[in-house]
Design a protein around this ligand. Sequence first.
Ligand code: A3P
Length: 307
Amino acid sequence: MANTKANDEALQQLKAVVKRYPLVPVHGIPLMEPIAQRWASVEKFKARPDDLVVATYPKAGTTWMQEIVDLILADGNTEKSRRVPMHVRMPFLEYCAPPPLSSGVDKLVNAPSPRLVKTHLPFQLLPKSFLEKNCKIIYVARNAKDNLVSYYFFDQMNLMQPDPGPWDRYVKKFMEGTVPWGSWYDHVRSYWEEKANHRILYVFYEDMKEDLAREIRRVKDFLEVDLPEDVVQKIAHHTSFQVMKDNPMANYDTVASIIFDRTKSSFMRKGEVGDWKNYFTVAQKEAFDADYLQKMEGTTLRFRDVL
Ligand code: A3P
């Protein structure tokens, strides 16, 4: 009985803070209001040299890479990686919401080393301390149209991000960069250009789909972890879409349904390359591609052809 009352109170407290927060620009990048309000704590975050950062534009395959990294560092011990949800194993640096929810910085400040850090911040907003301490950064990029589709469904289900609105308007918002964490184009370019100057491993979602074991080998080499091939294969199996979809410690099933409305979409939605073809009209694709060429002009960054 006492337990039920405590649960009810916790739910009421949670309900009071779950809302679709507006976006507020932070150094020109639109972020959810609670993040903007506590931005100073992110900006002055003190990195340690052995911090490892997994950076992505939202919906590029962050969780997938997080699971891979955690398993590599656990020598493929799947029991260890199933101990707690991903957002506990690898806190989300800039994430912040009023209590009873918490902030990524608060979780990270007292965490033991080596810390694993997730972020969606574009390179220019990454706390300078990570660069001063020469921390390793793994960046995952996903082709724009699939990334957009995934984000559209996620914004429907995540009741703490702005409502995506109708599909056609959302495509325009993505192109304009008026979605949380701003422009996809600037984001993927920023880490691409900076990888010459910092310890950044740049990984493509489409390459992970093509040959997961190969990309796991790249990550473990970057992390300087020696793993026999059978462990690499074991990690590839454990991080396949289907196995992760069934793993509540990796698929965000632990997030309350008043935050993630699973009637709208599931977190592990499809995990495919080229799903955009099911949503873009011919006219939308043509306008998107023409705009893409302009926004990506002058970069050597090339995404695999997913036409
Ligand atoms: P879809 O919405 O296209 O299915 P993030 O972790 O950055 O939020 O990205 C989520 C996207 O990555 C979702 O894409 C999800 O299905 C996909 N994803 C997560 N784990 C995956 C895996 N093991 N294999 C393929 N895709 C995966």
